[in-house]
Write a protein that binds this ligand. Structure first.
Ligand SMILES: *[C@@H]1O[C@H](CO)[C@@H](O)[C@H](O)[C@H]1NC(C)=O
Ligand SMILES: *[C@@H]1O[C@H](CO)[C@@H](O)[C@H](O)[C@H]1NC(C)=O
Ligand SMILES: *[C@@H]1O[C@H](CO)[C@@H](O)[C@H](O)[C@H]1NC(C)=O
Length: 377
């Protein structure tokens, strides 16, 4: 855009005054050299984005995916990602011309100028969510603060501030806060109404955003929650449901998504320079579940890896509570990889939309897609 207006200005000046365009060229050159540093990418949240942090914490295989057949389609070895291959954040890094962003806890990882991945499978916005087995959002933020300090030491205060303010911060969080009470049979909803509980989840996410903003962060990407009750792993937890979606969890996700849109709008009005993208994962995943063939899949409801009805039993890899599992022949035919997670092919389609914001989702995307956020310096 800047270039077009510059060219037309030069043209105008030439015609009218036959004036050398050095001022204009000088301006565009200095603007260009400012863009030279790479845009850092920081990733927070749960298993939809965790590239392997849980490999390095004391947890159980329920929150780990560092065994076969995880990773088999792309990496050819299990990296800790809950998929057969890459995650949405891996594709986003690729579209932004960045290397794959390593897990913060990966031994030897110390150079953070391209960013870091703090996400932890099983994590929620509430510290109580799978407490003791995951890196909760508060701890993820504490880890990010260490990286902030690294930027200041490495680049000095001014350049660190500039780099942190042009960086993109991506979040996927909430799913585990709403699912965990159903797995551990928690009485939490006897003490809190649904709307109180949602306020706590959103409140803790908001605090995290505000702290990153206070440290200089300006550009945020969010992914809303899928229709959780339709995960293969949730269709099967109440036998009397006959395999239909578990509405109580889905309705929590729906209310959360409404509250999320609202709070982001509010932050956009309150915080100067705050820019965000909000990807409608809910709509776009639902479409693929209902009309798999429209998107190049054969199966939208059952998982590729697991056992029982819909392969919804969380046994992929045979290292969890149930040891028996089946694996489909071709993960590319499936939307769901295991009871709760998607195949690389599904993640790739969603990441593409999140990046360039094409197709039907545009109305729910906030004012920007991720490409806009990465390119706006
Ligand atoms: C890891 O967790 C287990 C189970 O919670 C616990 O018994 C053990 O002491 C922990 N180990 C370390 C090194 O923290
Ligand atoms: C954050 O979550 C805790 C429970 O883990 C809750 O007590 C607190 O009120 C929440 N904070 C906000 C700002 O909502
Ligand atoms: C579940 O399926 C069985 C057998 O198909 C049927 O008899 C029963 O009425 C169904 N229950 C519900 C709640 O739909």
């Amino acid at each position: 855009m800047a270039r077009t207006s510059c060219v037309s200005l030069v043209f105008f000046l030439h015609v009218v005054l036959v004036f050398p365009a050095s001022t204009c060229l000088g301006l565009s050159k200095s603007k260009h050299s400012k863009k030279h540093h790479e845009v850092a990418f920081f990733i927070f949240g749960d298993s939809y984005l965790d590239a392997g942090n849980n490999n390095y914490i004391n947890t159980s295989t329920l929150d780990q995916a560092n065994f076969r057949p995880y990773g088999e389609s792309y990496f050819k070895f299990p990296t800790g990602r809950f998929s057969d291959g890459r995650l949405m954040s891996d594709f986003i890094a690729q579209y932004a011309h960045l290397p794959l962003i390593p897990p913060f806890l990966q031994p030897g990882f110390r150079h953070y100028s391209s960013g870091a991945n703090f996400a932890s499978s099983g994590a929620g916005a509430l510290v109580e969510t799978f407490q003791g087995s995951v890196i909760d959002l508060k701890t993820q933020l504490r880890n990010y603060k260490k990286v902030e300090t690294w930027f200041r030491h490495k680049f000095g205060d001014d350049e660190a501030k500039m780099r942190l303010s042009t960086a993109v911060y991506l979040f996927s969080i909430g799913t585990n806060d709403y699912m965990s009470p159903f797995f551990i049979n928690s009485p939490i909803f006897k003490f809190h109404s649904h709307s109180q509980y949602i306020r706590m989840v959103i409140g803790n996410l908001t605090t995290t955003i505000q702290e990153i903003y206070a440290g200089g962060g300006r550009k945020f990407g969010f992914i809303n929650l899928p229709t959780l009750g339709c995960f293969p792993g949730l269709r099967i937890i109440k036998a009397e449901n006959n395999g239909s979606c578990l509405e109580e969890v889905s309705s929590l996700a729906k209310l959360h998504n409404q509250a999320l849109s609202k709070v982001l709008k509010k932050l956009g009005n309150q915080l100067k320079g705050f820019k965000y993208s909000l990807y409608d994962l809910n709509y776009n995943l639902r479409q693929r579940t209902i009309h798999p063939s429209k998107y190049g899949f054969k199966e939208g409801k059952s998982a590729c890896c697991g056992t029982g009805q819909f392969r919804g039993v969380f046994s992929c890899g045979g290292k969890r509570i149930v040891k028996e599992f089946e694996l489909c022949g071709n993960p590319n035919e499936y939307v769901y990889w295991d009871s709760f997670h998607l195949t690389e092919k599904a993640y790739k389609q969603l990441a593409r939309q999140m990046w360039s914001g094409e197709v039907v989702s545009s109305k729910a995307m906030g004012l920007y897609n991720l490409k806009d956020l990465f390119r706006d310096l």
